[in-house]
Ligand binder design. Structure first.
Ligand SMILES: [Zn+2]
Length: 341
């Protein structure tokens, strides 16, 4: 039975994301395609094989029907049913950018933000890895959008390559002389191996993350690094302020730093550094210690309840009438996560 605290995650039929006219039209078009059975859906188990989980909600931020399950065995949250492989491919080609960004061509602001984000990633990686003297280092960005993230690496003399399924956006990066392929990770195999691979807000979109990570591992040098960013469950209160905004139909899996690290260890990657945001640096390694947290799902479930109560208090000004009190609650959630991490 649905707990009253989570009722909104089951009932919300309208988009709660602010959409411009173009996005609104693209969303309506996508809904019509679903209603006309132009897209196919399939049931899938959790990555650990469990087929049953705790149903957290049946809606996403766009009001689309998205069933999110929390696995009581491994703590991963996953979407089921979800679009089939063919349907997902068409969704990314035809609808994704128009709904999520509102422009099938890469806007200049999008490219600029990618470059700025690339600088943050570049500085982070540089501060944590000591490179052996090498002629030139090589980086791949998988799911690179317009390729802007690679610019700071290129400026510093790195060999840079990227790939993405949304072909139109690649044109912007190609104008900057970047080598960008329209395709999945393996489209970069002829340029490998890479010293660093970036997966920035990509892993949560993969339909078979373990299979994809095994492929990506082959694109890396034997001790290469994988930089991963995904939206972290335990940062929903500060990053989104609303658990429903966090849920979006393109995201098929959701992680905490701990559940992400467990999955990564299955594919031969060990955690070097990371945060619950989540950004994390992994290294390919032959000696992996399987790390599995005890009972991760109950902590995640409690956190979701807390954030939903937090939102109700904040939006409804139910008890807390001043910003000070909201900040107080925000800190309690933060402390709670620290205690339970
Ligand atoms: Zn599981």
């Amino acid at each position: 039975m649905t707990h009253w605290v989570l009722a909104r995650l089951f009932n919300q039929a309208e988009s709660i994301e602010q959409l411009n006219d173009a996005q609104q039209q693209a969303l309506e078009l996508f809904k019509r395609k679903i209603a006309n059975n132009e897209y196919s859906f399939e049931d899938v188990p959790c990555l650990c094989g469990e087929t049953e989980g705790i149903l957290i909600g049946t809606r996403d931020r766009y009001g689309l029907e998205v069933h999110t399950h929390l696995c009581e065995h491994c703590g991963i949250m996953w979407t089921s049913p979800r679009m089939t492989e063919d349907s997902l491919k068409r969704f990314y080609e035809d609808d994704y950018r128009s709904i999520y960004i509102g422009d099938p061509q890469a806007p200049e602001s999008f490219f600029r933000e990618q470059v700025e984000h690339g600088e943050i990633i570049y500085n982070y990686i540089k501060s944590r890895i000591q490179w052996q003297a090498k002629e030139s280092l090589k980086v791949f960005d998988i799911g690179c959008g317009a390729g802007g993230t690679l610019i700071p690496f290129k400026r510093d003399g790195w060999l840079t390559f990227g790939c993405d399924l949304g072909g139109e956006y690649l044109n912007r990066g190609k104008e900057e002389g970047l080598v960008l392929e329209c395709g999945e990770a393996m489209s970069l195999s002829r340029y490998g191996p890479a010293d660093v691979i970036i997966l920035s807000h990509v892993l949560e979109h993969f339909s078979h993350p373990i299979k994809s990570l095994n492929e990506i591992s082959k694109l890396l040098t034997d001790d290469g690094y994988l930089y991963v960013e995904v939206p972290g469950i335990f940062k929903v209160h500060s990053s989104y302020g609303d658990f429903l905004l966090f849920l979006q139909n393109a995201h098929l899996y959701h992680f905490t730093l701990s559940t992400l690290s467990s999955m990564m260890s299955l594919t031969g990657f060990k955690l070097i550094d990371g945060s619950e945001q989540i950004y994390a640096l992994f290294q390919k390694s032959r000696e992996i210690e399987m790390q599995k947290e005890k009972n991760p799902s109950s902590k995640i479930q409690s956190y979701i309840y807390l954030t939903e109560i937090y939102r109700k208090l904040y939006v409804g000004r139910f008890v807390f009438s001043s910003k000070k009190n909201v900040v107080w609650l925000h800190h309690r959630i933060r402390d709670w996560i620290r205690e339970h991490s």
